[in-house]
Design a protein around this ligand. Structure first.
Ligand code: OAD
Length: 287
């Protein structure tokens, strides 16, 4: 059952919720898992045995799961199993109880700040350096950037780009308040004195126009799409896969089998930390 956060809940949450306690433990003990040898199925190896000029990596929460960041919908510890998005990820939730919302995002910013990029992120950075790959993500963390990707298109915003709720003025955040399992008063905007909100896209809001424009162009032009760690249920981001031209292979990397999009040609049922290095190895030695 989904929990509705109340003021007192927030203070006692870590003790009362095994899932949250687990998230915290993972966050402090994060080590990048080493990439195991993984043999690509013959059909995928064949599909990758040609040069590509416009590779796009399209990532979701599963991309960072190997870094200890909880996803939203997978396994037993998906965030939306524990929390109700209506209480945390809508403009209405903010208007009702901004302290609860701000505290929850500060807690998540703390988790991300303690985590390290995993071998999947590192492989994506190498795909960019060696093959010019572009990265479009639904993730609000900064692990692609910290692995060395120079330009990441964030369709759902960023935990690190807070801005004023009223006037959109950007606000520079200090150290994350990582132990924030409690309500926290958000800072005030230096320009208009309204409250600063998390820089993420909430349900019912539009995606950032420029990011959508750039991502759509990349998808339309791409000749290989790698879809990593997304359940493919949140639109419009999920529909981007359908922009990829026929003839360009679309390869999914996700440990959970599922019919996420008819446009997916091949599914690698493995984690980002294992599947992406395997794809990179194949692209380096296509013969
Ligand atoms: P989800 O949590 O919906 O899906 C995560 C996917 O990652 C699932 O399909 C898992 O099977 C897969 N997965 C789990 N561990 C993995 C691993 N180690 N390697 C690869 N894949 C793994 O996350 P998203 O699809 O990103 O939106 O969710 C989309 C949006 O819904 C999010 O951006 C967020 C959420 O509500 C907003 O906050 C606006």
């Amino acid at each position: 059952m989904k929990r509705v956060l109340s003021q007192s809940d927030f203070d006692r949450f870590a003790a009362r919720s095994p899932a949250i306690a687990r998230h915290r433990m993972i966050a402090v003990s994060v080590t990048a898992p080493s990439a195991e040898p993984f043999e690509l199925p013959a059909a995928v190896a064949t599909a990758l045995a040609r040069p590509f000029r416009r590779i796009v990596v399209f990532s979701g929460a599963g991309m960072s799961a190997d870094s200890g960041i909880p996803t939203f919908r997978s396994g037993n510890n998906g965030l939306w199993k524990e929390f109700d998005p209506q209480d945390l990820a809508t403009p209405e939730a903010w208007r009702r109880d901004k302290e609860t919302v701000w505290g929850w995002y500060e807690w998540r910013r703390g988790l991300v700040s303690k985590a390290q990029p995993n071998p999947g992120h590192v492989a994506v950075a190498q795909l960019q350096r060696e093959f010019g790959a572009s990265v479009v993500t639904q993730n609000v963390d900064d692990l692609h950037e910290r692995a060395g990707v120079t330009r990441v298109i964030h369709l759902h915003g960023s935990l690190f780009a807070a801005r004023c709720f009223a006037c959109d003025e950007p606000h520079e955040l200090g150290m994350p308040q990582a132990e924030a399992h409690r309500r926290l008063m958000p800072p005030r905007c230096a320009r208009c004195d309204d409250h600063v909100r998390p820089g993420v896209v909430w349900f019912g809001e539009s995606l950032p126009e420029e990011a959508v424009r750039q991502a759509s162009t990349l998808m339309r032009q791409c000749d290989l799409l790698l879809v990593v760690g997304t359940s493919g249920v949140v639109h419009p981001a999920a529909g981007m896969v359908n922009l990829v031209p026929r003839g360009a292979p679309v390869i999914e990397i996700n440990p959970q089998a599922g019919q996420r999009s008819s446009r997916i040609d091949h599914s690698l049922q493995t984690t980002a930390a294992i599947g992406l290095p395997a794809v990179l190895r194949r692209l380096r030695a296509p013969a």
